[in-house]
Design a protein around this ligand. Structure first.
Ligand code: URA
Ligand code: SF4
Length: 230
């Protein structure tokens, strides 16, 4: 267990400054998901709670074999308080269906639990979380992992992948491969559904979607094998 806890510390320890505040003191011990969610709703470990409407905690079964980790909630997620319910979520749902994974079988969460944005006219434009925010929020993800104990973890996009695997990790070089990580037996990084939405033309978008589905299919194969063996 100590090894697991150690392994769940940020991979980025080397650039962590001792003064960075984290959510660690707010995590209830031996808590289930419901209690964690309640505690996370009150989290003020970084400044993002001031920007977002509410904490968007992960969602799914405590016994899910597969966990998907995104970056942070978007505009819709912030309003609804649920992960991946906006346009990126729609892409994710389509890709999961195409790969043969039922969303009910997965636990979906983000590496940062509040929406970071800046105003552009009347719109709220997504802004990438920085290392202080990612480090602050990481204990919530670690707590989710300790409770759910997923066998398969899929990291969606560079923010989640680098948050877990270290800043030198490149999704472009290593996507779709099974990686060595102590957070779960089977860990893979792939693209982010939002980047599919941002593709410059239809052909690129279709290609990106096909690559994303291909990666998820590899996860589906492992998932179905594990399910059949249990
Ligand atoms: N993008 C994410 O990374 N997470 C969400 O929950 C929604 C969009
Ligand atoms: Fe807490 Fe994470 Fe929200 Fe920051 S982003 S206030 S660490 S829940």
């Amino acid at each position: 267990m100590t090894r697991l806890l150690n392994s769940l510390m940020p991979a980025s320890n080397s650039y962590m400054c001792a003064r960075i505040q984290t959510a660690e003191p707010h995590i209830p011990r031996n808590a289930g998901l419901a209690e964690l969610r309640k505690a996370a709703a009150r989290c003020k470990a970084c400044d993002l709670w001031k920007l977002g409407t509410q904490t968007v905690f992960g969602e799914g079964s405590e016994h899910a074999r597969v966990m998907l980790v995104g970056e942070q909630p978007g505009d819709k997620e912030d309003r609804q308080g649920r992960p991946f319910v906006g346009p990126a979520g729609a892409v994710l749902d389509r890709a999961l269906a195409a790969a043969g994974i039922d969303r009910d079988d997965v636990y979906v969460t983000n590496i940062v639990k509040h929406f970071k944005w800046e105003p552009r006219g009347k719109r709220r434009i997504h802004k990438k979380p920085n290392v202080v925010e990612i480090t602050a929020c990481r204990p919530w993800l670690d707590a989710e992992i300790l409770v759910v104990r997923p066998e398969v973890v899929i990291l969606l996009g560079a923010t989640a992948a680098q948050g877990i695997l270290g800043r030198s990790f490149r999704v472009s070089q290593s996507r779709g491969q099974w990686l060595d990580s102590d957070i779960a037996k089977h860990v893979m990084a792939t693209g982010h559904p939002s980047s599919i939405l941002r593709a410059q033309d239809d052909d690129t978008r279709h290609e990106e979607m096909a690559r994303f589905v291909d990666d998820l299919r590899k996860a589906a194969a492992v998932f179905h094998r594990l399910k059949a063996a249990s």
